[in-house]
Design a binder for this molecule. Structure first.
Ligand code: SF4
Ligand code: SF4
Ligand code: SF4
Ligand code: FES
Length: 596
């Protein structure tokens, strides 16, 4: 039986509250429906107590509630003249060094600093304004960093170091000169940053945001010479609705197809289709490696943030990575070849547009390896948030839209394709197909519950035709490290390898928690999105990738066989070790621009 947690009794503004011992005061207060203002604190991250805005009085002494844990008998006051005045002073000081940019800021309406200034009624700044005048770093294909807006909360550093274990950004300088920067004079584009965008998700202000591509899409849509072909990733369909007041996890894919058509997109396809295609290629690759006993464990390759992380920190394990491109890139490659030929459209006229939950997909799309057909697989990547902005700009009432189907040929999908957006989904999809191909029998139960859920590392043993297959699923790069270190240590010691098959997703929760998803995006909301994907999976008539009729037709009419010659040319790729310590020549440095 689980041990009962010890509780303590405290009072909050005179009201008694029984709460688990050790709970942070800020969280205890929230359970008593008292919302203490915070800036540096976030429920998903370790508290650091930097900003001081969460000041409260405990038994007569003023303390920061985000780093104070409850003890028996605490009498907590969350608002008095000193507390209100101190909080307002803190905000005034922050705003004195912050540009008055709200009307033009990408975070306008979603900014925690703006909300607090409103809530605490800051109406004037009694200090001289100090403009930092720092250059904006636009060198990354995925993320823009504007240190003029940084309030020094440290959330980005916390998530980058401790959740992602990348360590791309650090505090530099002191006092009002403190900024977040990369080591050794590098930029976001040249450093070890893997473009996962988790820092963007947790930044309370507009200091970190996605590299926007909305204008490029408007231009393409307005160009009569161009044929715009869109694809939508699995995780977008259970999140975009949040931008329009709908619940996390609500399935809005039919509305997304309709919205894209109203924006002027010529063909609407679905990345779930190419997720099924990925499984055909990756499942076959796994079975081949298993038969030959070579390069096991096979490690999945559809998360570009994870790929850059592996290239940087685990170059010795690169031969274990699946050579499959991600579903985004596979779809792009098929659009510029199979689809272009079938429709008689020159690939040079096609603009391959993808709607992704992810900032790292922008990085992936511009990797040199991603144009095996002679054309870029994907020309423009928009995040879920950017698509929402386009829909708003066009005046489309998204919540009122009637659902429409996607266009045929590259859009039918199975439940296996849809769960790609959840941690464990790629593994489960691959197991559904590998089991049936290997055994020639129907799965007695389609779901693999062992690889579901939000535990950081999930392990399972699956019986496949008499062979015990050991699998592991990791989401969030610090969890990936744990699994990969086990593999590396076993290899170094010459011991049997601990796994046959590993799934890694860079973002906590998988793509539902990607860096391009609607904000806010706390872990609990990611779980709701994840449940939305599993609900769609169980409602679909086809739930295994190898039963997708359009995928079968693609092989029959074009690709021929999984892992064959044409799939290897178009749908597979290779990886390059990256030295994290080598100071790279910085050809992008001149692109560091000044604030607009
Ligand atoms: S980041 Fe700064 S400029 Fe942008 S909305 Fe927030 S307060 Fe305004
Ligand atoms: S994008 Fe990811 S890796 Fe890059 S700085 Fe942000 S959290 Fe770190
Ligand atoms: S960039 Fe954003 S998250 Fe990072 S310290 Fe500055 S305000 Fe905080
Ligand atoms: S929120 Fe508590 S110190 Fe910043």
């Amino acid at each position: 039986m689980a041990k009962q947690a010890k509780t303590v009794t405290i009072t909050i503004n005179g009201t008694p509250l029984e709460v688990e011992e050790g709970t942070l005061l800020v969280d205890a207060a929230s359970r008593a429906d008292v919302e203490i203002p915070t800036l540096c604190y976030h429920e998903d991250l370790s508290p650091r107590g930097i900003c001081g805005i969460c000041l409260v009085k405990v038994n007569g002494e003023y303390v920061r509630s985000c780093i104070t844990r409850v003890r028996e008998g605490m009498e907590v006051v969350t608002s008095d003249p000193v507390i209100r005045e101190t909080r307002r002073k803190i905000l005034e000081l922050i705003l004195a060094t912050h540009p008055d940019d709200c009307l033009k800021c990408i975070k306008h309406g979603k900014c925690e600093l703006q909300d607090l200034a409103e809530r605490l009624e800051v109406r004037s700044i009694p200090y001289d304004k100090y403009e930092r005048g720092l250059p904006v770093d636009r060198t990354s294909p995925s993320i823009v960093r504007d240190m003029n807006k940084c309030i020094g909360c440290g959330r980005c550093i916390e998530v980058c170091h401790h959740v992602q274990s990348v360590g791309a950004i650090f505090f530099h300088n002191r006092g009002s000169h403190t900024i977040v920067a990369n080591a050794a004079g590098q930029t976001m584009g040249t450093s070890v940053c893997v473009a996962c965008g988790q820092c963007v998700v947790y930044c309370p202000v507009g200091a970190l945001y996605e590299k926007e591509a909305v204008e490029r899409v408007w231009e393409a849509l307005a160009d009569p010479e161009k044929v715009v072909v869109a694809q939508i990733a699995p995780a977008v369909r259970v999140a975009l609705g949040e931008e329009f007041g709908m619940k996390p996890g609500e399935l809005v894919i039919g509305k997304i197809y309709a919205a894209l058509r109203r924006l002027g997109v010529d063909y609407v396809f679905d990345t779930n289709f190419s997720a099924d295609l990925t499984i055909m290629e990756e499942g076959t690759e796994f079975l081949h490696r298993l038969e030959k006993g070579e390069r096991l464990p096979l490690i999945t390759s559809c998360s570009p943030g994870w790929i850059k992380f592996a290239e940087t920190y685990y170059p010795d394990l690169l031969p274990h990575l699946s050579t499959c491109k991600s579903p985004q890139q596979m779809m792009g490659a098929v659009v510029k070849t199979y689809f272009a030929q079938a429709k008689g459209i020159p690939p040079s006229r096609i603009v391959s547009l993808s709607i992704m939950p992810c900032t790292a997909k922008k990085f992936e799309a511009q990797r040199e390896e991603m144009r095996d057909s002679g054309f870029w697989d994907v020309d423009i990547v928009l995040t879920t948030r950017e698509l929402a902005r386009m829909i708003r700009q066009a005046g489309i009432r998204f919540d009122q839209l009637k659902e429409e189907p996607a266009d045929p040929v590259l859009s039918s999908y199975s439940g296996a394709g849809t769960i790609f957006g959840a941690t464990g989904g790629v593994m489960e999809a691959a197991l559904r197909t590998a089991y049936e191909i290997k055994t020639g029998k129907s799965l007695p139960k389609v779901e693999f519950a062992q690889v579901r859920g939000v535990k950081g590392v999930k392990e399972a043993v699956i019986e496949l035709n008499g062979t015990q297959i050991r699998v592991a699923v990791a989401h969030g790069l610090s969890n990936a490290r744990k699994v990969l270190d086990r593999v590396r240590e076993a290899k170094e010691r010459g011991e049997p390898l601990p796994y046959h098959f590993i799934e890694v997703m860079a973002c906590p929760g998988g793509c539902v928690g990607g860096g391009g998803q609607p904000l806010p995006s706390p872990l609990k909301k990611r779980e709701e999105r994840l449940m939305g994907l599993y609900a769609e999976d169980s409602a679909l008539p086809v739930r295994k990738s190898h039963e997708n009729p359009e995928v079968r037709a693609l092989y029959e009419h074009f690709l021929k066989e999984p892992n064959g010659e044409l799939p290897h040319t178009l749908l597979h790729t290779h990886y390059e070790p990256r030295d994290p310590y080598r100071l790279r020549k910085n050809p992008l440095r001149e692109q560091v621009s000044t604030p607009e």
